[in-house]
Design a protein around this ligand. Structure first.
Ligand SMILES: CC(=O)N[C@H]1[C@@H](OP(=O)(O)OP(=O)(O)OC[C@H]2O[C@@H](n3ccc(=O)[nH]c3=O)[C@H](O)[C@@H]2O)O[C@H](CO)[C@@H](O)[C@@H]1O[C@H](C)C(=O)N[C@@H](C)C(=O)N[C@H](CCC(=O)O)C(=O)O
Ligand SMILES: Nc1ncnc2c1ncn2[C@@H]1O[C@H](COP(=O)(O)OP(=O)(O)OP(=O)(O)O)[C@@H](O)[C@H]1O
Ligand SMILES: N[C@H](CCC[C@H](N)C(=O)O)C(=O)O
Ligand SMILES: [Mg+2]
Length: 479
């Protein structure tokens, strides 16, 4: 493709109009004919790799407006990340015709998964892109980033559209939004679940974190398009205000919802029965999963489906058959004495609090939690999560999550500061086995933090590890 055909608003070409055969933001992936996007990152400035990229065959460079001239044409931009995403969208032009993105601190993966399931059940060719991977008819790829980088994302959307996918849900992480990874995605609907403490290692303030999330509404959506907002969160009001200011068609769901109003909910151990008011009509819903937060996620997903044209009756029918996303309050099994054991992806304070509160009503004996915190991530959440576990569980086992490049024992020590009664077992497998061994009839166990993950990151290495497999084996041994 000619460079001039890839040019977008806000970018100008300094040099000849060459033919570009691929786009990349990583000098190590440059091939002959590539456009190399030199981006300022958190660790390094991509501009320092321009000579290496040209050496490797780059025929053009995309960079900051003030970048010095080099041996190849330069596309200059005041916002190179956005320009890169918009150029990638032109280079890979096809997208599923109905694209949906959901943001929020917790619930994105669940909403994206629920929305895909609803669409599928309504007969659509549906896909989802998120933390757990890419899922589409005949395709299940294990994931890495929640929101892929823009080049990969647009390539993927083009591929999905080409394979017949008409509907696609995706997660919009705050990193993804801030780094313009989703720019250029033609969104039909956007969703918001909630806002809590997360990624304070990346965002300087909560306001910055919220503003990053609100890019979904104020930059990525065209005025008049629907925004589905969960109404019962502490941050619902600012999210509604941001969406209204962007001229979106705001529809709210939840107890205070105007689009889908939750009138009543009765929790059972493995299901919940709800009454919903949609357009003045009361509908009964039996959701086949535990945890009121999952009902909140289901309402956001249902709202997004209805707002993009799905029939409300078909959507409600789909909700009755919904499956939880892998590793989200997932019941793995029961010990020989009947005590249930779950895996959950709670790796941030509000999530841990929610999951423990969701399980408490069905626990006649001890509520047992095994968890740790990831290394190279916000250390501030460690004692907060320790305090939550101390307050809401009866037996706490503090173990390792993904230590990454940090010393595992010091991560554990920061959690243990606030959970003095906890047992410390660094080895995650032993911790899970010990927890199962301590289960008595009436107890309930949740292994939190790693959810669907299939590896444990120690140093720079990913060692095979699955909470699901370890827990299932430990439970099996008690039968
Ligand atoms: C902190 C962060 O978000 N970093 C992301 C960011 O990297 P960066 O641009 O800051 O990278 P950098 O290392 O400073 O390099 C700057 C530039 O130089 C380039 N470079 C670097 C070295 C070289 O030899 N040649 C070269 O060209 C890099 O490709 C990059 O373009 O952009 C990259 C491309 O999109 C991402 O892969 C990378 O994600 C890292 C791996 C990561 O761990 N991110 C996590 C924190 C993340 O994004 N998480 C969110 C939220 C999770 C959730 O809550 O669900 C997610 O969406 O997954
Ligand atoms: N609506 C919600 N409110 C509060 N907590 C929730 C909600 N939904 C999910 N959780 C908790 O957060 C965990 C992660 O859920 P999910 O994967 O759906 O969210 P996410 O936003 O995609 O998270 P991540 O940013 O880590 O990918 C769940 O395992 C559960 O503990
Ligand atoms: N997408 C999140 C996942 C964290 C999962 C948790 N197990 C941890 O390692 O902290 C991140 O990269 O921050
Ligand atoms: Mg997710």
């Amino acid at each position: 493709m000619k460079l001039s055909e890839l040019l977008v608003e806000g970018a100008s070409l300094d040099g000849a109009d060459v033919t570009v055969s691929s786009i990349t933001m990583d000098s190590r992936k440059v091939m002959r004919g590539s456009l190399f996007a030199a981006l300022k990152g958190t660790d390094v400035d991509g501009a320092s790799y321009i000579p290496a990229a040209i050496e490797a065959g780059a025929v053009a460079v995309l960079a900051d407006a003030d970048t010095a001239a080099c041996a190849v044409p330069i596309v200059r931009s005041d916002d190179p990340r956005r320009t890169l995403a918009l150029m990638a969208a032109k280079f890979h032009p096809r997208q599923p015709s109905v694209m949906a993105a959901v943001t929020g601190t917790a619930g994105k993966t669940s909403v994206a998964s629920f929305l895909r399931q609803i669409w599928e059940s309504c007969g659509e060719q549906a896909a989802m892109i998120g933390t757990t991977g890419v899922f589409a008819p005949g395709r299940a790829d294990y994931g890495s980033l929640t929101t892929p980088d823009p080049v990969l994302l647009h390539e993927l959307l083009d591929e999905l559209a080409g394979s017949g996918v008409s509907h696609c849900s995706m997660e919009a992480s705050s990193h993804g939004l801030d780094q313009r990874r989703l720019d250029g995605v033609n969104l039909a609907v956007a969703g918001f679940t909630n806002l809590g403490r997360d990624h304070m290692d990346y965002h300087p303030t909560v306001e910055h974190y919220l503003a990053s999330k609100m890019r979904l509404f104020d930059t990525l959506m065209d005025a008049g398009k629907p925004a589905i907002i969960y109404a019962d969160d502490a941050y619902s009001a600012p999210a509604i205000a941001a969406a209204e200011a962007a001229g979106l068609d705001v529809k709210t769901v939840g107890r205070a919802g105007n689009f889908i109003a939750l009138k009543r909910v009765e929790q059972r151990q493995f299901t919940q029965e709800a009454e919903l008011d949609i357009d003045g009509e009361i509908h009964f819903l039996s959701l086949p999963m535990a945890g009121e937060f999952q009902l909140a996620n289901a309402l956001v997903a249902a709202g997004m489906a209805i707002a993009t044209g799905s029939d409300p009756a078909a959507v409600l029918a789909a909700l009755k058959r919904l499956k939880g996303a892998p590793g989200r309050l997932e019941l793995i099994g029961q010990a020989g004495n009947g005590a249930p054991a779950y895996v959950d992806y709670a790796h941030k304070p509000e999530a841990l609090e929610n999951v423990l509160k969701a399980l408490r009503p069905y626990t006649t004996g001890k509520l047992v939690v095994v968890f740790g915190c990831g290394g190279d991530r916000d250390p501030g959440k460690r004692p907060i999560m320790g305090e939550i576990a101390q307050r809401l569980a009866d037996l706490v086992i503090v173990t390792d999550d993904n230590p990454r490049t940090e010393k595992p024992s010091s991560i554990r020590a920061q959690i243990l500061e606030a959970t003095p009664d906890a047992i410390e077992i660094g080895d995650r497998k032993k911790a899970i086995e010990e927890a199962v061994a301590k289960l008595e009839a009436g107890d309930c166990l949740v292994v939190a933090g790693k959810g669907h993950e299939e590896g444990q990151i120690v140093g720079k290495e990913v060692l095979p590890f699955s909470d699901h497999k370890v827990l299932a084996a430990a439970l099996e041994a008690t039968l």
